[in-house]
Design a protein around this ligand. Structure first.
Ligand SMILES: C[S@@+](CC[C@H](N)C(=O)[O-])C[C@H]1O[C@@H](n2cnc3c(N)ncnc32)[C@H](O)[C@@H]1O
Length: 392
């Protein structure tokens, strides 16, 4: 797999804005717009990336001289030319929703070589292909994945990364799976200052993040954007599992006439939501509630919400009752999240929600929108289900 496909955009404090920012993860040309080339781009969710590249290669539509790039969860693939109508039909059939635009790309010979080149200088050649191609950048902190084979070379890998991606000042590696209810990942410090706090920019907001104390994933930025775009003036939103406030603050930044209630049981997350609300000057319309979402809703937020966000995929199923209780009596929208696997993952997620709602005093209005937010394991995804609920 080429390096670019699995690298997530970093929107760090230290990065330049615009196109330069977008390609800076991918190329040693960072900060040098002269080395970027405008080209037709096919834009597609990253989950479809490998599929798209295979089909484009088959249709001889792939521009192999330019490096694909990412913006949030969208992959931009450079094309050798615009597709003919029949080719476009084939793409539509195989890939579903995608669009074309003009984007700036770095030349592959300069960009793809760069990280691999630096790694090749520092690691035995047999190890280079084994280095994981996927890492997250949060502010100026990178989180890499190591295997038992690549772990002995962790410092070299981190050093190569920092050489190529100048905005990265600190590198941690994943030191285990996320298992606890606060969704915190055990981390191991590899290189750079041993600090866990940073400022991350996402969709025009600034977030103070502490990667050791509260959940945050840069892989959710498209989802934050997708939900925030649906909120209309005058709405009351309850964000039941708010983390550092990614949905809540973005919604409040976009709309003045909105009331957002951000709940989290992790008191460190709550502290960060409060700081982030101030950082983005939206503290007047983001009310922060520490504690268990069930109790907070029962005691304070009954029958008020036009929209409820339930982004805690492993647990959301158990919180549908309070989610319905916080909805206005005439109904509203639920953004429900779960994990599901297999070819019918979206239909499984939809059924999980409708089966639970069917036994309540609500009905779900059809059609229910579902989509894959991100892959979490082979053939397993985080799925978003958007459902409009009405009194039965
Ligand atoms: C997946 S993370 C949040 C993601 C966040 N909405 C985002 O998009 O970045 C789930 C969050 O739910 C919080 N949480 C876990 N159990 C909770 C509960 N019973 N009530 C409220 N929050 C809870 C965790 O502390 C964690 O911050």
């Amino acid at each position: 797999m080429p390096w670019q496909i699995s690298i997530f955009s970093s929107d760090s404090e230290h990065e330049p804005a615009g196109d330069k920012c977008r390609v800076s993860q991918l190329s040693r040309n960072e900060g040098d717009p002269d080395n970027l080339q405008e080209n037709v781009s096919l834009n597609i969710p990253k989950t479809q990336g490998e599929n798209a590249i295979q089909i484009l290669a088959k249709l001889k539509l792939l521009n192999r001289k330019l490096a694909p790039q990412t913006t949030g969860d969208v992959l931009h693939v450079p094309l050798s030319r615009a597709p003919q109508p029949e080719e476009q039909n084939q793409l539509d059939r195989a890939l579903g929703k995608q669009n074309l635009s003009k984007e700036k790309f770095a030349s592959k010979s300069r960009s793809v070589g760069s990280l691999e080149e630096v790694l090749a200088q520092q690691l035995p050649s047999s190890i280079v292909p084994l280095v994981s191609k996927s890492f997250d950048v949060i502010g100026d902190i990178a989180i890499i994945e190591l295997s038992p084979t690549t772990e002995p070379f962790e410092k070299d890998i981190a050093e190569a990364l920092m050489k190529v991606h100048k905005n990265v000042k600190t590198v941690y590696s994943k030191a285990g799976a996320i298992t606890d209810n606060q969704r915190l990942r055990p981390l191991h410090h590899v290189l750079g200052a041993a600090r866990t706090e940073t400022i991350h920019k996402e969709l025009g907001c600034r977030f103070k993040i502490d990667i050791s104390k509260a959940f945050f994933s840069p892989r959710l930025s498209s989802e934050h954007n997708r939900v925030a775009e649906q909120v209309r003036p005058g709405e009351c939103v309850v964000d039941m599992f708010a983390g550092v406030g990614s949905f809540s603050i973005l919604i409040a930044r976009r709309l003045e006439d909105v009331q957002v209630n951000a709940i989290d049981a992790n008191l460190e997350a709550v502290k960060l939501i409060r700081e982030n609300a101030k950082l983005n000057r939206v503290q007047d319309r983001v009310k922060v509630w520490p504690g268990d979402a069930r109790t907070v809703i029962k005691d304070n937020l009954l029958g008020i919400a036009s929209r409820v966000i339930m982004n805690h995929p492993s647990q959301a199923r158990g919180f549908l009752e309070p989610a319905c209780e916080t909805l206005r009596r005439d109904g509203g929208i639920l953004h429900y999240y779960t994990f599901a696997d297999g070819l019918d993952s979206e239909s499984k997620a939809r059924k999980e929600l409708t089966n639970a709602i069917d036994s309540s005093v609500w009905t779900v209005e059809n059609p229910i929108a579902t989509h894959k937010v991100r892959g979490v394991a082979p053939m397993k995804w985080q799925i978003a289900v958007d459902a409009k609920l009405e009194p039965a």
